[in-house]
Design a protein around this ligand. Structure first.
Ligand code: SAM
Length: 263
């Protein structure tokens, strides 16, 4: 066997007597399965038996002799394999949030709403400690399971509740960054000057221009600096024998990202 040990030492990953190891990806071409160590997976190429001590980089054969590669879950895999509730942010937009706010190890982030939890999990994987609020109790439960799957249960505190009701319970000037992905984001932007450290950022993601205008207006009204809104559009390129051009598939817009700074 070779590769990195994929054992998850987070407390939430399991209890004594149960498997405390996170699922791994078994990959062959377009085929991809998420399977727990010690588990079994039926495929059209035969049955895969995953050893309990499986490691990233291993190769496992089906009982018919076809090989699958073992991989640990990385950030983009979480987007595809987390159980979905609230519409998750796509990885490229999360990259913009991290790039524009500088979220890094040691930062404290206030996130709302949790939804599927893809943003919260990727921020934690970048090293941040995340407090995230989800008003839907069932969504919050799913998000906690997703955090365990992502190996970040210790770094992400999923709290059930409407974040706008919890503002008074939050310590002033205790967050380096606020990330908001809710329709009522303006109500939280109002509190950004109180909740953020000096020089901290608020990042608001919204699919619609109407709420985005409201966010930008509120950010200026409460005295935040460097208020900037950009559409998070990208075009995939297509390369074939006839030439190269952006794909004609009509997917480009995912949202608007407003960034502002507490000064
Ligand atoms: C678009 S999803 C967030 C997706 C998340 N950013 C991700 O990457 O997976 C929005 C979520 O916010 C929750 N929500 C909306 N308003 C909220 C509030 N005021 N407090 C807490 N959660 C809220 C909704 O229930 C929904 O699950």
């Amino acid at each position: 066997m070779s590769g990195d040990d994929i054992e998850d030492d987070s407390e939430d990953a399991g209890t004594e007597g149960e498997s405390n190891r996170v699922p791994v990806l078994l990959v062959r071409g377009d085929r991809e399965y998420l399977v727990e160590p010690g588990g079994e997976q039926g495929t059209d190429l035969g049955v895969l038996e995953v050893p309990t001590d499986v490691q990233s980089g291993d190769t496992i054969e089906t009982h018919l002799g076809d090989e699958f590669q073992v991989r640990r879950l990385r950030g983009p895999d979480l987007f595809h394999h987390f159980e979905r509730t609230g519409a998750p942010m796509v990885p490229r937009d999360i990259g913009l949030v991290i790039g524009e706010t500088g979220i890094a190890g040691g930062d404290r982030v206030l996130d709302a709403g949790t939804g599927t939890g893809v943003l919260a999990a990727l921020l934690a994987r970048a090293g941040a400690e995340v407090v995230t609020y989800e008003q839907d109790a069932e969504f919050a439960d799913v998000a906690r399971e997703n955090m365990a799957l992502g190996g970040v249960a210790d770094a992400v505190d999923v709290r059930t509740g409407d974040v706008t009701d919890e503002v008074d319970a939050l310590e002033p000037s205790s967050f380096d960054v606020m990330t908001l992905d809710t329709a009522d984001a303006p109500a939280m932007v109002e509190h950004a000057p109180d909740l953020l450290v000096d020089g901290g950022f608020v990042a608001v993601y919204s699919p619609f221009i109407e709420s985005t205008r409201e966010v930008a207006r509120t950010a200026r009204e409460v005295g935040l600096a460097n208020v900037t809104t950009r559409e998070t559009i990208q075009r995939e390129m297509q390369f074939d024998d006839r030439g190269s051009r952006p794909t004609t598939a009509p997917v480009g817009h995912t949202g608007y990202l407003t960034i502002a700074r507490n000064e």
